[in-house]
Design a protein. Structure first.
Length: 278
C-alpha cells in the first residue's frame, strides 16, 4: 500500500517551494506517488492578490512536472494535475486529474473570497450579506453544488471550505439546520457526478483548523450514499506533504470508511486505509 498526496501547490502558484523540492519532501515522507495540482489561472478581476498560476506560466508548469516525472521514475510516481477553480476558464490541455474547487462567492457584482483572510471573510459577510453567515454559506454551497459539473473534476476539493475560519463555531453554528441543509443539498448534487471527495488537512498545517475538511456529518453522508474518498494535504510547503494523514485516516474510519481511492497509471482504484494510519 502506498502513501499518496494529490493536492500539492508550488511556487507556480501560492506555494513556498519548487516542484522538485516538493518531490523531495514527498520522498522523505515515504510517499510512493505525488500529484501536483496548481491553482488554475483566474481572470485578473477574480485574482487581485495574484495567488493563482498565471496563464503565461502554464506551459512551464506542465513541462517541469513532466520533467520531474522522468527524472524520478522508479523512485516515485508523479502525476500532472490542476486545481480547477469554479471561476477559471476550462483548461486547454489534458491533465491526469482535476480537483474542482470554489474559493469565492458572487455578490454585488464582485467575487468575494471565502478563504483569503479572516478579516476579508468577515467584511464580505457584513457588507454583502447583512452579517448573515448562514446566507454567505448558502451562497458558497450553491456554487459548490455546481462545481463538479462546471469544472469536470474527478476530485471535489475542500468541500466545506467556508468553515475555514469558523473553528469552535466562532461565527456560526455548524449544527444549525440552516447550515447543514445547504451543505447536504450541495453534497447531493456533487455526488450525482460520481466524484471522489478529498479529506483535506491543509487548514490544519496552516493553523486554521484542528480537524480536516469535510466535517464528520458530511463524511458520514458520503459514506451512506456510497461515495468515495481520498486523503490529501493541500500542501503548500515541502514539509507538509503528508501532514496529519493518520488523523485524516482515523476520521475516515470513524465515519465508516474502510478504503480510500488512489490514482495509478490506469486511473483511480481502491486501497486500504492502513498506510495512512501509521
Amino acid at each position: 500500500m502506498m502513501l499518496q498526496n494529490l493536492h500539492t501547490h508550488t511556487v507556480f502558484g501560492d506555494g513556498k517551494n519548487t516542484p522538485e523540492e516538493m518531490v523531495l519532501g514527498a520522498l522523505s515522507s515515504r510517499c510512493a506517488s505525488l500529484g501536483f495540482s496548481e491553482h488554475s489561472p483566474l481572470p485578473p478581476a477574480a485574482d487581485p492578490d495574484g495567488w493563482t498560476m498565471k496563464e503565461t506560466e502554464v506551459g512551464a508548469y506542465r513541462a517541469e512536472i513532466l520533467r520531474l516525472r522522468e527524472k524520478y521514475r522508479g523512485k516515485i510516481d508523479i502525476f500532472l494535475g490542476l486545481e480547477q477553480d469554479f471561476d477559471s476558464p476550462p483548461p486547454a490541455e489534458k491533465y491526469d486529474y482535476l480537483i474542482g474547487s470554489v474559493h469565492s462567492v458572487a455578490a454585488g457584482g464582485r467575487l468575494l473570497s471565502v478563504d483569503n483572510t479572516r478579516e476579508n471573510f468577515v467584511q464580505a459577510v457584513r457588507e454583502h450579506f447583512g452579517g448573515d453567515f448562514f446566507a454567505f454559506a448558502r451562497a458558497y454551497y450553491r456554487r459548490m453544488a455546481a462545481a463538479a459539473e462546471k469544472t469536470g473534476c474527478q476530485i471535489a476539493g475542500h468541500f466545506d471550505l467556508v468553515t475555514k475560519f469558523n473553528e469552535g463555531g466562532r461565527f456560526f453554528d455548524e449544527a444549525d439546520p440552516r447550515y447543514r441543509s445547504a451543505a447536504l443539498e450541495a453534497l447531493e448534487a456533487v455526488m450525482e457526478r460520481d466524484v471522489i471527495f478529498e479529506i483535506n488537512t491543509g487548514a490544519m498545517s496552516r493553523g486554521y483548523r484542528s480537524a480536516p475538511y469535510p466535517a464528520p456529518f458530511l463524511l458520514e453522508a458520503i459514506r451512506k450514499k456510497g461515495g468515495r474518498i481520498c486523503i490529501t494535504s493541500d500542501s503548500h510547503s515541502a514539509g507538509t506533504v503528508t501532514h496529519a494523514f493518520p488523523q485524516a485516516a482515523e476520521l475516515a474510519r470513524a465515519c465508516g470508511f474502510r478504503e480510500l481511492w488512489v490514482l495509478a497509471e490506469g486511473g483511480f482504484r481502491p486501497a486500504g486505509l492502513e498506510a495512512h494510519l501509521a
